[in-house]
Ligand binder design. Structure first.
Ligand code: F3S
Length: 391
């Protein structure tokens, strides 16, 4: 792999251990994928911020980087962590919160933006044609497919290294030839809601492996629905992008598959792991809610109250919470909890006695049995609200 004189000096350790190890991570990755050079990135987004998913050894590596003077050199955002300060921190084990706090302090010292969201694309708007080094898989698919940005699905360490070096190896989704669709997907009938679109993502992820699809019949889907599709697609497969229409005119040479209604129905049924009708938690906001979604939830609640003994969480970033203040107030008045900086998957729901989670997110439904050790019910937003709200 070609390195500039400056990059070589960093690689040899002339700028210290922190930048040297980061450069080595990027070069090793580049060599693995036959990259010929490093390219500058507009921003890096690091996942694995929650102590629940990070654990002790990576935390020690992070601290070593920070102690050795590691600092970000490009805009660098962070995924959700293990708690929010207003609600969950008061209920969770203090020892876990302390461990989490240390991780947050380390990231802060290194100059990361304390975004704590899986939707960093709501923090700014200029992503078209930008090369990124993002690690959150749902954001990667959204960035490539909806925002017109260029990013591989980074791991936590490579996104961290890219944040510090400001560059990433030039391979995979950074190259136009790897962004060509390989399959044409048609749907037997129109999908009715975001849970069905999420289930489509789960099913396609398993079928496609890393092949990029054109998905016909979803053209009018909202950006929020496409966010659900990408999150689900990335949960079960390695495709980092989808198209809704062909980027070039001829599609006759592409392999074709049709998703039948019975396949989708079966996927939704198998994703709900319990027949219990009363979940311990109703969770909306995976990936974190947009302003539009917050608005929609406020209008569907329409002054009604959350049922007695019902735990209802709406997760978003503190950025969106601030921007949608009026709608947030309406939702909170119902008795629902607006939770920022974390989500049901990366916090410790088992510590709160939560054994069944109802959600409109196929991604959450996919991970809940393993990461939350809980049963799951996948249902569209309106049904989740019907379960949570009186009347
Ligand atoms: Fe975000 Fe948590 Fe879902 S990090 S994508 S809300 S699992």
């Amino acid at each position: 792999m070609y390195l500039t004189k400056d990059e070589e000096r960093i690689y040899e350790g002339e700028s210290g251990w922190a930048t040297q190890i980061c450069m080595k991570i990027l070069v090793r990755l580049g060599e693995l994928f036959n990259a010929t050079k490093l390219i500058p990135v507009h921003s890096a987004h690091v996942s694995g911020v929650s102590y629940k998913t990070l654990g002790d050894s990576p935390t020690e590596f992070l601290e070593a980087l920070s102690n050795a003077g590691g600092k970000v050199t490009v805009k660098a955002t962070l995924n959700p962590h293990g708690y929010d300060t207003e609600y969950l921190s008061k209920k969770l084990d203090k020892h876990l919160c302390k461990k989490q706090l240390n991780i947050l302090r380390t990231f802060k010292k290194m100059g990361f933006t304390r975004s704590f969201t899986c939707t960093p694309y709501y923090l700014e708007r200029q992503f078209r044609n930008a090369h990124l080094a993002w690690a959150e898989s749902s954001a990667v698919v959204y960035a490539n497919s909806v925002l017109g940005a260029w990013t591989n699905r980074e791991g936590g360490p490579s996104a961290l290294a890219a944040a510090i070096i400001g560059k990433t190896p030039d391979y995979g989704m950074h190259k136009a030839e790897n962004r060509q669709p390989k399959l044409l997907v048609t749907l037997e009938s129109k999908l009715k809601n975001e849970a069905e679109v999420g289930a489509l993502g789960i099913l396609l992820g398993k079928i496609l492996e890393d092949n990029i699809p054109i998905i016909q019949g979803l053209k009018i889907a909202s950006k929020d629905t496409l966010k659900q599709l990408g999150a689900a697609l990335a949960s079960t497969g390695m495709a980092n992008m989808f198209y809704l229409s062909s980027p070039f005119t001829k599609t006759n040479k592409l392999e074709r598959i049709t998703i039948e209604n019975k396949d989708l129905k079966h996927t939704i049924e198998t994703m709900s792991t319990t027949s219990k009708s009363k979940p311990d938690l109703i969770f909306i906001g995976c990936p974190h809610c947009s302003i539009n979604e917050i608005k929609q939830i406020a209008s569907l609640i329409n002054g009604k109250k959350v049922k007695k003994d019902t735990e209802f969480w709406v997760c978003t970033s503190h950025h969106i919470k601030e921007k949608a203040r009026n709608y947030i107030k309406k939702i909170e008045k119902s008795g629902a909890h607006i939770i920022t900086d974390t989500c049901a998957v990366v916090t410790w729901t088992d510590q709160l006695g939560i054994k069944t989670i109802m959600t409109n997110s196929a991604k959450t439904a996919h991970y809940t049995p393993t990461l939350n050790k809980a049963d799951t019910i996948l249902a569209p937003l309106k049904e989740c609200l019907k379960t949570a709200i009186k009347g």
